[in-house]
Design a protein around this ligand. Structure first.
Ligand SMILES: [Zn+2]
Length: 314
């Protein structure tokens, strides 16, 4: 009986405690709502009519998902070739010259060095509006026209710009192909493996801070090198750091280069069938051991040959 009474007492106490806890909770919630109500008005995002300065004095917050600012649409890189100009590179990707210049911090637009790696922005980019900006200023910063900015975002005269809002910045001209169309013809997993028994010793991409525009396939000195696809030989002979090299034009903008060979078996102008032996593995040019340096280019742009070669090593 004593125990029952004790339990009852505890139960009652607990209810009391729960009640007071609830009260505390209620008070806390009320205070929170009040404070949000009181200070919330100060958190109204900074806004302005189209092309007025967005006020600096009002705090702003992200209306759009975080991370939108740097999110570019299919940006890529391009290695400047001999004879390229900033205009020709921009045109190749369907971009305005200013867009490419801005993306790479190029001051002297009349001079770009061969071998320089350019960042090629995608055809559009998102821009997070900040206080103090205007539409004209944003257009100028990206090197695009005010009109294209208005059109791309469906803006009207009575619209307002809000800090934290995201704008689509169209970087390409409307009358040219978007950049990714240039990779549409890239043969993926289609080209024949060039050296039977060879193994990849160095991949495509940046190596020791320099672009490695192909893939290195190590093999034994004298191993036969086969054409990865049929085409016409457009170069055969010594080629600087490539050593004794062969370049084959496969048509449709596709070329392949075979470097560091010990000897070539073909001549410029020869038509070569896929799988035909064109040279022997060597270590000529800038090379530390017998291997084939293989490059695959589409419209002059180097792509990772491992993307293009058939996966089965044969
Ligand atoms: Zn190489």
């Amino acid at each position: 009986m004593k125990l029952v009474f004790y339990l009852f007492f505890c139960f009652k106490k607990e209810i009391k405690l729960k009640k007071s806890f609830l009260n505390l909770k209620e008070i806390f919630v009320t205070i929170t709502i009040c404070s949000v109500g009181m200070f919330g008005c100060c958190l109204t995002p900074a806004r302005a009519g189209l092309d007025e300065f967005i006020r600096q004095d009002v705090p702003y917050f992200n209306l759009a998902p975080v991370g939108g600012e740097a999110e570019s649409d299919r940006s890529t890189s391009y290695i400047v070739q001999q004879g390229d100009t900033l205009i020709s590179v921009a045109e190749r990707f369907g971009l305005r010259t200013n867009v490419v210049a801005n993306a790479n911090n190029i001051k002297d637009k009349d001079f770009i060095e061969a071998g320089k790696v350019l960042l090629i922005p995608g055809t559009s980019q998102n821009h997070l509006i900040r206080p103090g900006e205007t539409l004209t200023g944003i257009a100028r910063d990206y090197g695009v026209s005010l009109n294209s900015l208005v059109l791309a975002n469906n803006l009207n005269d009575d619209d307002v710009l809000i800090a934290g809002q995201e704008l689509i910045v169209p970087l390409s001209e409307n009358n040219v192909l978007p950049a990714w169309n240039y990779t549409a013809g890239l043969p993926v997993n289609e080209l024949a493996w060039p050296v039977a028994g060879g193994w990849v010793s160095s991949g495509f991409g940046i190596r020791d801070d320099r672009p490695h525009e192909g893939v290195d396939i190590a093999a034994f000195e004298g191993d036969p090198i086969k054409a990865i696809r049929s085409g016409r030989v457009i170069f055969a002979g010594p080629r600087g750091t490539y050593g004794i090299a062969v370049i084959i034009n496969h048509g449709s903008g596709l070329t392949s280069l075979y470097g560091h060979t010990s000897a070539v078996l073909v001549r410029e102008g020869d038509f070569i069938k896929e799988g035909q032996i064109i040279a022997h593995v060597g270590s000529t040019g800038r090379s530390t051991g017998p291997h084939l340096h293989l490059e695959v280019r589409l419209n002059g742009i180097p792509y990772d040959p491992l993307l293009c070669l058939v996966k089965a090593y044969a």
